[in-house]
Design a protein around this ligand. Sequence first.
Ligand code: ZN
Length: 508
Amino acid sequence: MAQRSSIAAAAGTLSPVERNRESAIIERMRKRLLAFLLFLAPAVMAEGLPDLGEASQAELPLQMEKRIGESIMQDIRLHEPAYMDDAEINAYINRLGLRLVSQSTEARQDFEFFVLKDATLNAFAMPGGYIGVHTGLIQAAQSESELASVLAHEISHVTQHHLARQLSTQSQAQLPMLLSMAVAILAARSHSDLSAGAMMAGQAAGIQQQLNYSRDFEREADRLGLQLLERAGFDVRGMAAFFERLQKFGRLYENNAPGYLRTHPLTTERIADIENRIREMPYRQVPDSLDFMLVRAKLKAGEGTPGDAVTEFATQVRQHKYSSEIATRYGLAFARWRAKDYDGAQREVDLLRGLKASSAMIEGFAAQLCLSRNDTAAALNILKPAMLRYPQERSLAYAQVEALLAQGSLQQALSATADDLQLYPSDAHMYGLQARTYAGLGKRLLQHRAQAEVYVLQGQLLPAIEQLQLAQKAGDGDFYEHSAVDSRLRELKLRQAKEAKESKQKTP
Ligand SMILES: [Zn+2]
């Protein structure tokens, strides 16, 4: 009953527009997952229950998992309001995740980590190696090792194909309920009615059990996760500490436990298991990285009203209530920037310089601040050495193009985007910047051509085709540019026809 009233409460917080948008997402997820289940069910049913010890590779081709995951991910990027499209936070969570993945001997696929702006404690793995983390979980972690322990656990669910195996142990008659369950696993989100809707669609009583990964899967993810943590150089004690804290939290919620506990049931036995394993591992104190602290400060400083954020960080600075002065001053600078107090933010940046803090996030912020004050020359002066120092930082590359555009140096902006796209040919954001640059230069064919690539990379073929048709009619461009547009258009139309045919076959 507590469950039902909390569902009603959660649904009540959504406006009709939001609810429509969310139900559209549910609908798309449902369709894709159904395709996924129908694909995997017959093969697996014939074999009977898969053995936990056996590799289930044959049961579920990696490409299929990848495609399902990718299309759900594209939906999330485009339509999920909570998706954090923040290059710095993205870069951080992927660095942390990939540091763990690189220690796995079983990872046979690419991974992508992403952050959802949601105060609840949750993290989840989707088919195909896509792992989502709520901002609430990042804030609740008391050390970087604690955050890493949740990622390591999720990574292990993926490398062991637990989601697919969990689904494949069920009988075909249960498919509709399984579908609800899968949607709920992927979308156990507090403020959305995704999981609520899923639970009502299935039998509410039975679904809760089905939601959980099995105990064996949980134990396996803990065991392999601990190995990843240790090999990647984190403090393995972080896992026990964090899970224990989550369990305490769970008790406060009673039946309405945080999403993470619902999909990864934590038992005292499980925590005891982890502690037993840890006892045999050598003690190691691991300091948090500066970026971990800066990311948390940025998330915190981005919450609530700018005024509240300024007050909170200013109080911490004044009372010396912090574990890192650099991160706290950075948070204050960010909050002041949000409050449009650019002089105040600059004072904090100057102080940070005095503290000899070195991070791409601080350089990126300092440049952004200059841009906000319309001092593009100063922004570029900061960005140039910063990009040499942090060549892989996407946010710096974006900021440089923004600065060049703001300054009206369109040719320079164009060569910056072209050079960058050579190295990062699947960066939709950079193509978007290039389209803006072409627009500024009055090159209409090339503008639509670049915009088409943005849509291709977002998985939106129809708008991409439309852009190429606009490019054909743009009235500028030379012979070579036109034939490049024509051949790209032919290619995309073929791809579109193929996808339309496939989805007709799979979607009931
Ligand atoms: Zn789990």
